[in-house]
Design a protein around this ligand. Structure first.
Ligand code: ZN
Length: 366
């Protein structure tokens, strides 16, 4: 994006107006709005042009940009509806530039600079203002009224469409952020995932449907593992499911006795990998829901727990024997089978293991 840099605003704000994620016409619109160059009633008046001088939404106040985009009850409703689920109240600033300059700080959690949520959050107020403006124009030019909730819904829909078309990769979204994004489809493309590098963590946090579509297309031995501990440390169990390329599904539950949750997680992966190796599998996709544990596994460090460190070394040795092991972090909701098997493991005597090696049946693969 070419443009003269505005020296009256900090560079960060200028960058946020012209960031490349948002649809360019929205950035242009917002840039004009930021500099109060949108043709609202007050600006039309100044230019001696006839137009609505009263807010078309509430029909009470003079139509200024700060009124129709922030102060008006209609705008407030749109913001409230748009921000629902995010624990952020609607803006109450006395200028668009104040609102936008402090926008990032309004978010109650830290936002990493290049994260996906950063893109979404910075784009959000522009999209809301854009849809408010379109709604205002519909009333002025076509006499069509839209509810504020509808404005919010349209802004969010367009934002998610933008996101789906961008090549932005999902980083670490919070649960509320993921829920808010709803229909967002992360770009977890098979081509980038099939790199034979087991040291790389790919985060696949996806809808069940997209996830399964991707996973089936891989046609590899696939492991889901989980560990459970009643007390941490406490009575623990490991569990896992191994989907074999011939369609068989092996399940196991393993009683671990007194262990920590992390130890149960690692032992569960160890057992699952051993079972896969016994089936002569060498290329394996692994899914687990403990992000911390997966990171520790790949860094070969067990968070100051010497027992855990030893277990992690064993897993890493086993992974070296196999030609390709890729570990992915998935949401807990995608790991329910392994989770219940691990819970069964908690109720087994120490070192008792129950293995269920299924019959070949392609239909069994979800
Ligand atoms: Zn109004």
């Amino acid at each position: 994006m070419q443009g003269k840099k505005d020296s009256s605003h900090p560079e960060a704000v200028w960058k946020q107006i012209w960031e490349s994620f948002s649809i360019p016409k929205i950035n242009f619109f917002f840039w004009a709005l930021f500099h109060n160059k949108i043709l609202t009633g007050d600006n039309l008046c100044r230019r001696n042009i006839a137009g609505p001088h009263r807010c078309v939404f509430c029909k009470k106040a003079l139509e200024t940009s700060v009124h129709i985009f922030i102060e008006c009850e209609y705008a407030q409703k749109a913001w409230t509806s748009f921000l629902a689920g995010l624990n952020v109240s609607p803006p109450v600033h006395s200028s668009i530039s104040d609102m936008f300059s402090s926008w990032k700080a309004r978010y109650p959690y830290n936002i990493a600079d290049k994260s996906l949520w950063h893109k979404v959050w910075i784009a959000a107020p522009k999209y809301v203002c854009w849809k408010l403006w379109l709604s205002r124009n519909e009333i002025v030019f076509n006499q069509k009224e839209m509810t504020a909730e509808n404005v919010a819904e349209k802004a969010k829909k367009l934002l998610i469409e933008t996101l789906n078309q961008s090549i932005a990769r999902d980083s670490s979204l919070r649960d509320e952020e993921r829920a808010w994004l709803g229909e967002y489809i992360p770009t977890s493309t098979p081509s980038s995932i099939s790199r034979p590098n087991h040291k790389k963590i790919w985060q696949i946090r996806d809808t069940m449907e997209n996830f399964q579509r991707w996973w089936k297309s891989q046609g590899k031995c696939t492991i889901f593992f989980d560990g459970a501990s009643k007390g941490n440390p406490g009575r623990s169990g490991a569990g896992g499911v191994i989907y074999l390329p011939d369609g068989r599904k092996e399940e196991f539950s393993w009683g671990l006795g007194h262990k920590t949750n992390n130890q149960a997680e690692v032992l569960s992966l160890l057992k699952a990998l051993q079972l896969a190796r016994n089936e002569n599998q060498k290329e394996i996709l692994v899914f687990g829901d403990s992000e911390l544990m997966i990171k520790s596994l790949l860094n070969k460090k067990g968070l100051k727990d010497p027992v855990l460190n030893k277990q992690i070394l064993r897993v890493n040795r086993l992974m070296k024997d196999l030609s390709s092991v890729q570990i992915f972090h998935i949401l807990r909701e995608l790991n329910t089978e392994a989770d219940s098997l691990a819970n069964i493991g908690c109720n087994l005597e120490k070192n008792m293991i129950s293995i269920n090696a299924g019959e070949p049946n392609m239909a069994a693969i979800p």
